[in-house]
Ligand binder design. Structure first.
Ligand code: SF4
Ligand code: SF4
Length: 171
């Protein structure tokens, strides 16, 4: 797994490949777990190592992942866990994965450090477009900080999959 500083990425668009919903376990916070259990039953979740997760099917994919034609759909779109919303980006308070100058993202008077998980198939490498730098990354940062809940730029394919992360954000 390689983490790439945001300023090396021209743009990101989820192509609904579903890879992220098959490759990782989704960690839930307690409120997310409670909400999902109330709506879908405890059997849609799992626990282990002091963490709560979404259950995975026998093929390893998320229990809420569906396939339609060649597209993957998220059945939990309306209450998608934060970990899924933030995928493939990590918003950190320090340059944990190096390249601080390339990863820094000033926001609200603070320096945050933004990286993308290179396993995502929706990353386009190059010089960031204005929209990616000023709207897409900003939206991910605001979701990570809890300032925003709704996704626009980070949900280019409304109703489709994308977003999943093996660990929670770190500050
Ligand atoms: S985006 Fe949806 S289908 Fe994919 S892991 Fe998250 S909840 Fe499951
Ligand atoms: S976020 Fe990336 S890995 Fe996940 S479904 Fe979209 S393109 Fe594929």
């Amino acid at each position: 797994m390689l983490f790439v500083p945001w300023s090396c990425i021209a743009d990101w668009k989820c192509n609904t490949c579903g890879l992220c919903c098959k490759a990782y376990s989704v960690v839930l916070n307690f409120q997310e777990w409670l909400h999902i259990v109330k709506n879908y039953g405890a059997e849609t979740t799992a626990s282990g190592l002091n963490k709560l997760y979404l259950r995975r099917k026998s093929d390893g994919s998320c229990i809420f992942l569906y396939k339609l034609s060649n597209m993957h759909l998220c059945g939990l779109q309306h209450m998608k866990p934060t970990a899924c919303k933030l995928w493939p980006f990590k918003i950190l308070g320090s340059p944990k994965f190096g390249y601080a100058r390339e990863a820094v993202y000033p926001y609200g008077g603070k320096n945050l450090y933004v990286y993308a998980d290179s396993t995502c198939n929706g990353l386009i490498y190059g010089r960031p477009t204005w929209e990616f730098a000023n709207q897409t990354i900003k939206e991910f940062v605001e979701i990570a900080l809890g300032i925003r809940n709704d996704q626009y730029k980070s949900k280019a394919n409304i109703g489709f999959t994308h977003q999943l992360i093996p660990t929670r954000r770190i500050f």
